[in-house]
Write a protein that binds this ligand. Structure first.
Ligand code: AFD
Ligand code: MN
Ligand code: MN
Length: 413
């Protein structure tokens, strides 16, 4: 895209926005500050249980994962952090990894523990981890989480994300109440090992890999457990972890109202936990979620800074770096649009019961093309005008294949 086209579209938009009483520069500053972490497992081709098709040039180790995120950081200016998964990404040399991340201006976001698969540990997680009927397995899973905290402490992370696959596939397989109790007790032990300036982010998911029941199926169960842990334990909303048509923006509003929203795992889906690119299927839903977020922060339900932002997607078809560029863009756009909502007018409509008016207010914001704002925020921060175009023009994937090989496979699922 030519720079003068960008300048023209920005000044046109800026004129429209000031007619609506909005300050373009203020918006650009806000968008520029918004950073979203990238998970270390989204840099290779994602697999399903049917298979995996390699992309070529996938990062072979943690250093190369950091290099890929460093590239994203440099050209998009929308990410400044990586979220590591243990044991997929155990740093062999912590000082080296810290130095590499610092050189690339990358922070370490929340650490992810993994008790949903076997990787050579003494006891199997086949029948669950923190909820397992066998106390030795629970102990092993607790210790794994404590180890993840130790690694994270050395790296400068400030959070532990726990996602449990625990549950059952058939009626009668698990004692539902006991499984919940054991999970809560195990998490209490983990929470006791959490440093004072850390938070615990607890995910939920209604199904998969267990299909009859999951121990933490929904935000309510996650919140109930968090309440029994302490105030640094909060609920993590992964957009894909809901049954179809769930009103996720309402969940966000409710959690913020209770100061219990830990953060997000962004992705999109048509059916369930599809892990498709954020904003590719339901951009209006994403916008409505951001409306609750910006409004909740503005009205001081919960501070913006207390919320963590991360992408959690990995699928089988796209080049993962191109996909992440698109996702970062979509999230920034949804955020930008939420900043355009005329709150006074919306409040007035709500007061007067003007349903049509309220819808118009939201649509006015949603249908505004905010791309010039997002581009300008990126450029003012030193990023590329069009990161996707840059990526293709510079033949980054080809260079990665040349450097790393065609058949490399990044760790992950
Ligand atoms: C899963 C969960 C969780 C987990 C990740 C691993 O949402 O965040 O750590 O993906 O791939 O879907
Ligand atoms: Mn997730
Ligand atoms: Mn998921």
């Amino acid at each position: 895209m030519p720079t003068n086209f960008h300048q023209k579209s920005l000044s046109l938009l800026s004129e429209q926005l000031s007619a609506r009483g909005l300050d373009t520069n203020f918006l650009i500053q806000k968008i520029a500050l918004f950073q979203i972490a990238v998970p270390s497992w989204a840099l290779g081709a994602g697999g399903t249980r049917f298979g995996r098709f390699l992309i070529g040039g996938e990062p072979r180790n943690l250093e190369e994962k950091l290099e890929d995120i460093g590239l994203l950081a440099r050209i998009t200016k929308r990410t400044d952090a990586v979220s590591l998964h243990i044991p997929w990404d155990i740093p062999q040399d912590i000082q080296l990894i810290k130095q590499k991340a610092a050189d690339l201006h990358i922070r370490f976001d929340a650490m992810n523990s993994n008790t949903f698969q076997d990787y050579g540990q003494p006891l199997t997680y086949k029948m669950g981890s923190l909820s397992n009927a066998d106390s030795d397995v629970r102990k092993q899973a607790v210790e794994h989480n404590l180890l993840v905290i130790e690694i994270g402490k050395e790296l400068g992370s400030k959070g532990l994300t726990v996602w449990l696959a625990d549950g059952s596939n058939f009626p009668g397989q698990a004692h539902i109440r006991k499984a919940l109790q054991w999970t809560t007790e195990s998490l209490q032990e983990i929470y006791a090992g959490l440093p004072a300036d850390w938070k615990l982010l607890l995910e939920y998911k209604p199904y998969e890999p267990n299909f009859y029941h999951t121990v933490i199926p929904d935000w309510g169960t996650s919140a109930l457990i968090c309440k029994q842990l302490g105030e640094r334990a909060k609920v993590l909303v992964d957009l894909g972890h809901h049954l179809p048509n769930t009103n996720i923006e309402q969940i966000v509003a409710t959690l913020m109202h209770q100061n219990m929203l830990a953060g997000f795992h962004f992705n999109d889906s048509k059916y369930g936990d599809d892990d498709l690119s954020t904003g590719s299927i339901k951009p209006y839903q994403l916008f409505l979620i951001f409306c609750e977020l910006t409004n909740g922060a503005e009205e001081k339900a919960q501070t913006w800074e207390s919320i963590s932002w991360m992408i959690d997607a990995s699928h089988t078809t796209k080049d993962p770096l191109e996909d992440l560029i698109q996702a970062l863009e979509s999230i920034s756009q949804a955020y930008a649009k939420s900043l355009l909502v005329d709150r006074n007018k919306l409040n007035q409509c709500q007061l007067e019961g003007d349903v049509v008016g309220a819808q118009e207010v939201l649509q006015d914001a949603f249908l505004t093309d905010v791309r010039p704002l997002v581009r300008e925020a990126r450029m003012q921060s030193g990023g590329e005008l069009d990161p996707l175009d840059y990526y293709r023009r510079e033949k980054i994937r080809e260079k990665r294949i040349h450097q790393r090989g065609k058949n490399t496979q990044a760790s992950g699922l």
